[in-house]
Design a protein around this ligand. Sequence first.
Ligand SMILES: Cc1cc2nc3c(=O)[nH]c(=O)nc-3n(C[C@H](O)[C@H](O)[C@H](O)COP(=O)(O)OP(=O)(O)OC[C@H]3O[C@@H](n4cnc5c(N)ncnc54)[C@H](O)[C@@H]3O)c2cc1C
Length: 318
Amino acid sequence: MAGQVFAYIKHANGKAEDSSLELVAAAKKLGAEATAIVVGTNLDALCNEIAASYKSVWKIDNASLAYPNAEVIRKLLVKILPADAMVLIPHDTFGMDLSPGLSIKIDSPFLADVIDFAVEGNTLVAVRQEFAGQAHTHVACDIANGVIINARPGAFAPDESKSAGGQVTDKSGEAAGLDVNRKFLELVAAEAGDVDITKSDVLVSVGRGIEEEDNIGIAQELADALGAVVSCSRPIVDAKWLEKSRQVGTSGQTVKPKVYMAMGISGSFQHLGGIKGNPFIVAVNKNPKAPIFQVADVGIEANILEFMPALTEKIKSL
Ligand SMILES: Cc1cc2nc3c(=O)[nH]c(=O)nc-3n(C[C@H](O)[C@H](O)[C@H](O)COP(=O)(O)OP(=O)(O)OC[C@H]3O[C@@H](n4cnc5c(N)ncnc54)[C@H](O)[C@@H]3O)c2cc1C
């Protein structure tokens, strides 16, 4: 078994992302307690929160780290990580920016978008998805000299035990004098949409299976009958049938409803990555092999253009 395990903690506005608890679970699969790395500014409250889940927390607080700039953070990690470190990083746009270069700099193998893995001796076998989730591939690598793993958000069940009672070590001095070529300019807030899908307990979410813009009204009628809100997958936004603010997924909104109704959505990882909080998922799809059925609590093989009006009528009659 290789060296010490580290988990990179993503955070915004003083709050850790859900991935911080998912990486606790992933670290346990590596057979070790991870050290959490928290990078940014004004980190005291956040580090104390993270110490509930990690036995050891490295705090690196420096003005140059106020915004997550992968270039400067890569230089910092190259400086502070031991040569045989096993590093867990969430697989998102920041992780994809940070990790490949980091793996080259510290000469460790890099595994992107990992949804599961097992370790035996110095061999790690990672599970990844191909063809929009229709096939799983197993990728083996030698981790004797460390490894960088980008873990897909939502793939590892969050470890909510919060019983680590960890220690925070201030390593802010390590960030002094890091030179940067890439400069942060400004944060551009996403445009406010007509509805806030992140606040709704019930979402009727439509995908390419809705077929035409005019059919969106069928989903809206079902949502009205349920007291729900209509959300969607990305192709619906690309087609300009609904606003970007209604898109669920890694490049859209992160939602935490109680009930998520996936209507004609295949279940790509980019879509599922935006669904958090373990909602009750009802999936309707005419393809019985659609990947969405692997995560659905209730799966219905049907044509949504027939199923949704029938369900709306039934609900109204009740
Ligand atoms: C960098 C990047 C970021 C991305 N971000 C996002 C994101 O944030 N959100 C997102 O959703 N996607 C995102 N995508 C796109 C993603 O990869 C998928 O292409 C997309 O999620 C597919 O949307 P879909 O399920 O609606 O369409 P499809 O994959 O085409 O699936 C349509 C489904 O509808 C079913 N169907 C068709 N007709 C009917 C019918 N009449 N009744 C019942 N079922 C029917 C089909 O069987 C199929 O399963 C991203 C892609 C990239 C590369």
